[in-house]
Write a protein that binds this ligand. Structure first.
Ligand code: ZN
Length: 485
């Protein structure tokens, strides 16, 4: 799942369960799943061959149909070029030249923005053929991503392969869903984010979907009560959401018995994954995805993520975009999505730090293994007026600020158990004042609904500060001495 923008909603992250849905594009999905099975069972040479053929075909297609890439590659020889010879693409550059990026001239920014402005369209097809979502811009740049039929079928097939490959959990969850078990997604549901758009796409393709989406913005006690009433067999959410719910389950307030859990959109620490599985007594499948490519990799029982490298190319690189060897932390990764042609993503700076595994993984997967270093926000703990500790999801706070203040580069700093400060990117004084008032009001309203009306919301005059080690901006940080216990 990719409940993604920031691990955020925008973030593609928070993505849903598509596998059991046979009514959505049933045939492309099934034939692609068979193809993935065949390729992976044939081993590394078959996987490498499939990836190389797809990369070569995508490069030729982009060169012919996407003006942005044609211009960027104009100095390259006219012969067939290898992926590694191509320049890096950035989100800013692709978003700036949005209309020229697309390989379908009917896909233009004006039309897409009009479509996205209406939130009743979430998960509907654009031009009857594309699914569109936006990312909230965890790196300070919001993005709009269009997915074609082939990409959607591939994401669905990758999920299906993953579910079936998870011994016990997969077949059991499938059987259970087929018999009418309920599926629940907990995500940012209020806008065209990848997770909820994917979920709505699934629900729209099913006559009476046994699935329900819950909002991460709901106060935890309400979410717990709703889940107790709904009793999902399959539960998907961000790791921070599932960790919060695992505490509720362990404390006896949440009482559900899912057969399979699905997480995505944020980094999942192995210890957190184990704690979630322990609390619910079932398998957790962890997906690494992004708005630019919903299914990049899946977690294995050894705690590594295996890259779907028959459909995705992931290149760990340093600050100068030079390759970083396995075992070392990269500055960023270059993503190439081999499944989507309407908006080709080719050697795209994704912004995540990863470490590639040096030796083969003990789980036996033929796919390369990585760990991600980025996108992990901790659940914040605030102290309510009556002394209770109330946990708050970073994702909920960032969603509120983006939505209320329409800003994408900011930082929330918890400065005390009852104080939260907002740092805004320097811009003109008037805009800053309006953004601050809107954000403060919305944050206060949200926190009050969580029994945290006592929490002080302050404006920190300093600009957002990037992490000194990685150089990246974390949108939610904790900055005060905490007790070790
Ligand atoms: Zn593994």
């Amino acid at each position: 799942m990719s409940p993604g923008a920031t691990g955020k909603p925008g973030n593609a992250r928070g993505r849903a369960l598509h596998g059991p849905d046979t009514s959505v594009a049933a045939w492309p999905w099934f034939s692609r799943m068979t193809e993935i099975w065949w390729t992976r069972n044939a081993g590394r040479p078959a996987i490498d061959g499939a990836r190389a053929a797809r990369a070569s075909s995508l490069i030729a297609f982009a060169r012919e149909h996407s003006p942005v890439y044609r211009r960027a590659w104009s100095g390259l020889p006219q012969r067939e070029v290898a992926l590694a010879e191509l320049p890096v693409a950035t989100k800013r550059e692709l978003m700036t030249h949005f209309d020229d990026w697309s390989t379908d001239p009917r896909v233009d920014r004006a039309g897409i923005e009009a479509f996205l402005a209406d939130r009743t369209h979430i998960g509907e097809r654009y031009l009857d053929r594309y699914v569109v979502w936006k990312s909230s811009g965890s790196t300070g740049e919001p993005g709009i991503f269009v997915q074609d039929e082939s990409a959607l079928a591939t994401y669905d097939a990758l999920i299906a392969v993953q579910l079936s490959g998870t011994r016990l959990a997969g077949p059991y969850a499938w059987g259970l869903l087929a018999r009418g078990g309920r599926a629940a997604l907990i995500a940012a549901t209020g806008d065209h984010f990848a997770s909820i758009a994917s979920w709505q796409r699934m629900c729209r393709g099913t006559p009476s979907p046994n699935a329900r989406a819950f909002s991460v913005m709901d106060p935890l006690p309400r979410l717990v009560a709703e889940l107790n009433a709904y009793q999902p067999a399959f539960l998907a959410g961000y790791p921070t959401v599932l960790a919060q719910l695992a505490d509720e389950q362990a404390g006896g307030r949440l009482r559900i018995a899912p057969t399979c859990l699905w997480s995505g959109g944020e980094c999942l620490a192995p210890a957190t994954g184990a704690a979630i599985e322990r609390a619910f007594g079932c398998t957790l499948i962890n997906e690494y995805g992004a708005s630019e490519c919903m299914s990049i990799a899946y977690g294995c029982r050894e705690g590594w993520l295996h890259v779907n490298d028959d459909w995705v190319v992931l290149e760990p690189v340093d600050r100068d975009y030079l390759p970083v060897p396995p075992g070392e932390t990269s500055h960023t990764v270059l993503l190439t999505n081999l499944a989507n042609r309407v908006q080709p993503v080719i050697r795209y700076d994704l912004g995540d730090s990863v470490i590639a595994k040096l030796e083969p993984c003990a789980c036996g997967s033929p796919l390369p293994a990585i760990r991600t270093e980025g996108r992990h926000d901790d659940v914040l703990a605030f102290t309510a007026a009556d002394g209770r500790t109330v946990s708050v999801l970073p994702l909920a706070l960032t969603t509120i600020v983006e939505d209320a203040a329409n800003v994408h580069r900011f930082q929330l700093v918890q400065q005390a158990p009852d104080r939260l400060a907002l740092r805004l990117d320097p811009c003109d004084a008037n805009r800053r004042k309006i953004a601050w008032h809107a954000a403060a009001k919305a944050l206060h309203r949200y926190l009050a609904a969580q029994s945290l009306a006592n929490v002080e919301i302050a404006l920190d005059r300093s600009p957002p500060v990037a992490d000194p080690h990685s150089g990246k901006l974390r949108e939610v940080i904790v900055d005060y001495p905490q007790r070790a216990d």
